[in-house]
Design a protein around this ligand. Structure first.
Ligand code: AHM
Ligand code: MG
Length: 339
């Protein structure tokens, strides 16, 4: 007998989840739907990037002095347009904008939520057809509904996230998100433009067997990280060491693989980035929320849970250690011995 197959779309799934909360009005459901739509538009451009003349640099620099690629700019504009015309979001903070963007229409001012995001992360991989991603965090605003959003709305600790996720533009396109009830993954069927449920209750294998770090920076790593790398490389079959080294250089893709296969991601403080490279509000917090929801953890390597670090500014950087609990604890141990 053929097994009956019932495909769940992303929309069906988020509506089902909403039904678990009798007082939910559907705003978050619609907001996640809007993020999915903008992601599909970005996905279309990412896929066409080699064909249309969109690759290459704009010649401009973003506020952090990094070169802005055309696709980064395109993605930023798409999310701004889609979220700005939605009625659920009153403001947006992105990697490409120095200040928060407050949506000023009457409808937007009534929006309950703010979004922090990196519209297209992994810029160094754009031109070379390697996986990149969109990563986002959603918070309930703390300013009064009906007024413009204010910076404090965006400086809430990660523990206050209502939802977080990413879209991975990889060999297939996936949207993975959490609302604090586990992590769920959806894969885009490009022929009909629909995300289908493909990964239920993602759970990180622990301990894993992969470590992901840019070892080219080895000489500039803190002693604890250097020792942890040596630990990963030691031969000890009962603990599955040496671990495999995998590093794409795209936060989303590296953490996606690690979450599915079991691996630790580390971007520590270095000489060039004394505070770490990754941004707390729109890169580390969403990945940390997902890591915890998949059974893992995320810290700054100095004993602090990422989600509890109070952001001082929207572009604040932080050292980042994320992965299965046993692996992150082990790395933390080496960091502490050497501090
Ligand atoms: P970006 O926001 O400019 O793309 O930088 C963030 C990226 C992450 O995706 C990635 O994990 C990291 O930077 C890679 O940095 P490096 O090239 O220094 O290893
Ligand atoms: Mg980024």
């Amino acid at each position: 007998m053929t097994k009956k197959f019932r495909a769940h779309t992303l929309n069906e799934f988020i509506v089902q989840q909403q039904n678990a909360f009798p007082y939910a009005k559907g705003d978050l459901t619609r907001l996640l739907g809007h993020i999915a739509i903008a992601s599909k538009i970005v996905n279309r451009e990412v896929n066409m990037a080699g064909l249309v003349d969109i690759l290459g640099e704009t010649g401009k620099e973003n506020i952090q002095g990094e070169t802005v690629k055309k696709l980064d700019e395109f993605a930023n504009e798409q999310f701004k347009t889609v979220l700005g015309s939605s009625i659920e979001v009153c403001g947006l903070a992105t990697e490409e904008e120095e200040d928060v963007v407050s949506f000023e229409s009457d409808l937007s001012r009534d929006g309950k939520y703010i979004v922090c995001m990196d519209p297209l992360d992994g810029s160094s991989n754009i031109d070379v057809n390697v996986s990149i991603g969109t990563v986002f965090s959603i918070y309930r605003r703390i300013s009064e509904i009906g007024s413009p959003s204010v910076e404090e709305d965006f400086l809430q600790p990660g523990t206050e996230q209502v939802a977080a996720g990413y879209t991975l533009y990889g060999s297939s396109t996936m949207l993975v998100y959490t609302t604090g009830m586990g992590v769920t993954g959806f894969t885009l069927d490009p022929s009909i433009g629909e995300f289908f449920l493909s990964h239920r209750k993602i759970s990180m294998p622990d301990p894993g067997t992969i470590y992901s770090i840019n070892e080219g920076n080895y000489a500039n790593f803190p002693p604890g990280v250097k020792q942890y790398i040596k630990y990963c490389q030691e031969i000890d079959p009962p603990t599955h060491r040496p671990y495999t080294s995998r590093y794409i250089g795209s936060l989303v893709a590296d953490n996606h693989r690690n979450m599915l296969k079991g691996g630790i991601y580390i971007y520590p403080q270095t000489t060039s980035y004394p505070e770490g490279k990754l941004r707390l509000t729109y890169e580390c917090n969403p990945i940390a929320f997902l890591a915890e929801q998949a059974g893992g953890m995320a810290t700054d390597g100095m004993g602090n849970r990422i989600l509890e670090i109070p952001p001082q500014s929207i572009h604040q950087r932080v050292p980042f250690f994320a992965g299965p609990t046993n692996m992150v604890n082990q790395a933390e141990k080496y960091m502490q011995i050497n501090s």
